[in-house]
Each structure stands twice: as C-alpha cells, then as structure tokens.
Write a protein that binds this ligand. Sequence first.
Ligand code: ADP
Ligand code: MG
Length: 466
Amino acid sequence: SSMYAYEALPVAEWFRRNRELAGFHNPTRALYQTIRELTENSLDATETYGILPNIYLRINVEDEQKGWVSVYAEDNGIGIPGNEIPNVFGRVFYSSKYRIKQHRGVFGLGLKMVVLYSQSTTNKPVFVRSATLKSDKIYEFQIMIDTNSNSPIILDRREYPNKYRWHGTAVKVYLEGNWLAAKKRIEDYLKRTAIIAPYAEIVFKGPDLELWLKRRTTKLPPAPKEGLPHPKSVDVDTIKQMLQESRGMTLLEFLMENFDAVGEGTAKTFLEWAGFNPNAKATALTPEELVRLVEKMKQFEGWRRPRSDWLSPVGPELLEIGAKAILGAEAVFAVTRKPESYGGHPFIVEAAVAWGGQIPPADKPLLLRYANKIPLLYDEGADVARKVVDEFNWQNYKVKFPAPLAVIIHVCSTKIPYASAGKEAVAEVPEIEKEMRLALRDAAKKLRLYLSRKEKEMELLNKYIS
Ligand code: ADP
Ligand code: MG
C-alpha cells in the first residue's frame, strides 16, 4: 500500500469515534449526557412554544452483566412531523434550531450522539413516538444511523390514529451506562433544572431513585422571538451565502433587509464611511471588497446594539421561586442585568445569591452555573463564572466564611461561547465576565442589606434580653 493513504471520514463516523468531544466519554458520562440531551430537547419543544413542560424520564437496568441500561423520555411538546423524524434522529447536523433565537440545542448533534453511542454499544435502534400539535396521527419509528452516509436506517415505521389528540415526543434508547456512578450527577442536573425552570414538572424514575420535581409556578418566561444577525456578528462566508439570496438588491437594500439594527440612515452612514456605493449591486462585490466590507462592519461604531428580543431570560421572580423551593434557602436575591453584546451577539446575565436555610455552611460559595437555562455540571474550573465568584470580595458584603451561601449565575445568548462541544463551560469573553461581576455585585448588595438588617435585629434583641 502507498504511504499516501488519504481518505475522508464521514461526519457521523467522525463523531462516533470522537464522542468524548460531545460529552460521551464513558458509560457514566454517556448516561448523564443522554438524560441531558433528551431533557433539553423536551424543554425546548415545550416552553419555547408557550407550553408548560411535563417531562417524564425513566432509567432501567436492562442487563446487569453487560452493563446495559435503557433511557426513556417523554414530553408534551410540539412533537416532530412524521416525515422529519428519520432525519432528526438519523442525520448528524440536522436541526430546527439553526436560527437566531435562544435555544438549549445549538449544534443539531445531541440526539444523533445519543443514537450513535447507543448503537455502538448495544447495536439496538432508537425507538421514537411522536405527534405534532393537532395531528390526527401518531408516528412510531425504530431508527439507526448509517455512519458512512450520515443518513437514517428505518427499521420499523408505524402510524396510529391520534384519538385523544396527544402531542409530544417519546424516545427510548438502550446503551451501556453506569447508573450507580452517574446517579448523583443526574440527580444534581435535574434538581438544578428545576431551579431555573420552576414552571416545569419533571418526574424521574431510576433503579433506586425517584424524583418528583413539582411545578412551582405556571408563569413561563417570555418566549424568544426569531431574529436576524447583527452586522458585527457575521463573517465572509455568511455574507456570501446571504448574497446568493439577494436577488439583485443594492448594497443599501441588502444591509437593511438582512441585518438586525440597520435602518436606512445607519446603512447609508455606514456605507459612506466604509467607502462603498450604496446603489451598487450587492452581488457585484469582488472577493477583496467582500472581505473589506466584513472588516468595516466589525469596526463600525454606529450600529445599534443587538436586540435582546431573541433572548429568554428567566427573571428574578422565577429564579427566587426555584432557588427557594429546591435549595430550601432562607432568602434568595436575584437580578437580571440589562442586555449587552459581544461580537454582535446579544446576551443577558442573571445572578442570584441564596442564603441560609438548608444550605450547608462551606468555605466557599456553592456555585450553580447555567447557560441558556442548561445547568452546567462538569469542567467548572474552565468556566469564567468560577473565576468571577472566586475573585469576588465577599467581605465587602458582610459574608464571612464558612457561610451557607449558594450563587447562581446564568448567561443567556443567541450564541453561548462554550469552551467545548460538550457544552459544559462558558469560555472567557471579557464582556460576559464583566456582566457576571456586575450581576453578582447587584445581587450581593441585596444580601448585604438583608444581613445587616438581621444583625441589627439581633443587637436589639440582645440589648433587650440583657
Ligand atoms: P438540536 O437540539 O441541537 O437542534 P438534536 O439532535 O438534539 O439537535 O435535535 C434535532 C432536532 O430534533 C431539534 O432541532 C428539534 O427540531 C427536533 N427535536 C428533538 N427532540 C425533540 C422533542 N422532544 N420534541 C420536538 N422536537 C424535537
Ligand atoms: Mg438537542
């Protein structure tokens, strides 16, 4: 054979071989990650569409000797159209979430990693049942992935009449999973989900663990709208793709039509400043001009800041309800900061400090990290939130350690700068770090007020007694 043995690895095969990049390192992480991907999809399919989530999760030990378990997840979400089910489960990078809007899912990868891991450990297909809103049919499929062609293999397909107008999705997979080792993480993950989504009802049944995380409120955070990219957030390739659909527009029209925060005035000012003719055909740009245009778009200071309608922060009220209920705190103080942006991507940071009650005193605060309402449990050391909390000067806020203190930090964005494809840590972006610091300060100020009031009450009480 030749020493020049080149070949292209199909995308699904690449992910199967490199599954640790997506969180499927071993039977423990894989089980945790499976629960995570299914839960996140269920939450996306419900709350984003104004449906109060009901999620049922079950883990069974199927074969103790082989270490096989099954995971079943069911939701009351919007469902998946029958003709889309095979691709949604069987084609890597197939998604309805490649839009400018806050979602938990981002890569179009989660379900496929679940299926790939499942089939490469047990050689069993994924089972799916789904019905969309008002559908008169329920679809059932058994699917595997052909990793060479990155396409679904349909092993079984059935339809039933949807007599009771059920809607939602149920998924069952068999995989090699270590329940005992994953148990604590899964419990933490679900409880932390309940803190940030107190409007969800989550029932979990495991071999020796049952959780019933009740709905604590029927208030949902405002659903995110779908948006356009901000001029500072695009690169040359994105613009090229957009130009293909520009149907003879002038540069001026192209900018106004395709971007957020660009009115006619702004577009004209920009083009003049950047040295482009507003009436030139957008498709007539040379490759060099295209690069210059993108460069200028990034440099221009006159754009409006990106809109935050695409985001769905939880808000202080829900954060306080969630943290009180699940952490059993004596008091919770939460803040939602104003929208900010980095590289043209809007983001909002929320923070809460929870004090006393059932929170055990410790030498440093318990940190609960969230990104787009997803609890992040691994890689804490790589997360910018850890750094912010460690560097925070708690003495200024009347907190003396050991203290019964938990800190919640949530960042939501149309693009979370994750440190890896496993989505477990938020990377260090200066704008985000700064907002985290300010959010924590705002929440800690409220805590300080509370603690000094308590202190005064104690003093009064002591005087009275002595
Ligand atoms: P992502 O969540 O990043 O889009 P996934 O592979 O996890 O990628 O899911 C692919 C697509 O399948 C989603 O974009 C969504 O449209 C659909 N989907 C997955 N799970 C559900 C569900 N429980 N209910 C409705 N749609 C779902
Ligand atoms: Mg997903």
